[in-house]
Design a binder for this molecule. Sequence first.
Ligand SMILES: C[S@@+](CC[C@H](N)C(=O)[O-])C[C@H]1O[C@@H](n2cnc3c(N)ncnc32)[C@H](O)[C@@H]1O
Length: 353
Amino acid sequence: MNDDDSSDKLQADLNDAFVRLRHFAGSMVIFALLSSGVADLLAKSRYSLDRLADMGKWDCARLRALLEFGWKEGLVGVVEGEYYATAELERCLRLRGWFELMVGGYGNIFLQLGTALRRSPRSRHPKILHRNGRYVGRGSCNMSKYGAFRLINELIERSSNNVREIVIADLGCGDAAGLVDFCSRRPDSFGVAVEPDKAAFLAAKALIRSQQLSHRISTVNCSCADFLRKRFVHDPPSHLVLSFVLHEILGTRGEKGVTGFLSAIRRRFPRCAIVVVEVDESFTKEQLRDSQIGLGYYNAYLLLHTFTGQQLMPASFWMTLFERCGYDVATTKAIPAAADPLGAEKGFLLLPR
Ligand SMILES: C[S@@+](CC[C@H](N)C(=O)[O-])C[C@H]1O[C@@H](n2cnc3c(N)ncnc32)[C@H](O)[C@@H]1O
């Protein structure tokens, strides 16, 4: 036993540790309630345990354990034996993207951080850890609904004056929620949803079908680079969208990989405008330490990139690179401050020179 383990000191230390463990378990449970569909049902109506278990074909004892955890955490309410979603769980439903990305998409990465620190004996670069692509795509898109998609729509509209037919190829589209949103607003537009991750691609296909947009949005399961070698309906596109994708290419293929890719776009689609969205990583350590979004989100987001083969850069890096590749950066804009108070998410409209 340690001399410092007087009962008061031990209790105080344990209480601090419990706060961290509570938030860890709480976030996992919130993700379970969201991803299973329990939260959606409880937000619509009140259900007894048996009725709820039957609706989702869930095991009664496990469902009860989850709901009781949720009740103690203020996520689930009970009246006369019937469960319902509290205002707190409804808030989590609205912000589900953040839980889907961080817990569903990157949860397995957090568990591997310690072992993955080791140097690789055979290579200068450590092994890239693989995320859950379905939840990275879906979570990112559900977050983008609060900022990036609006910005993308605005930049596309702004550059569509002399365009005969708007055809948007969304490269790395996740579950294609952005493209579905744009094409629903503009009945005269067409889309191509491009996504290399198989699970995210299938989710994109399902969403497009469910919105009855399959006749206007086609789907391709491949990387950005492979896409340039394919032909598709409505070829060539008037706009390419690269939303939170270039830093993925930079992390795996380096700067040469990105410039090679942008130059290949210029050769294949010489008149096509490009909308890029990236996280400008030029915030200060103090901004990250002293804000809720810094400590609660960006601190973990930045950490994960090093382990998953992604590389964020300051906006100035991207502007120089775009110009070097033959594009004028017509507009840059941050997303609305409510969704990103540090103003890190930035959109760029690139027009070929
Ligand atoms: C963070 S998500 C962004 C999803 C969506 N574009 C948005 O704005 O929310 C990044 C997506 O890029 C995809 N991606 C990664 N590398 C790619 C590549 N080389 N070509 C195309 N897509 C890629 C991932 O599978 C993932 O769905």
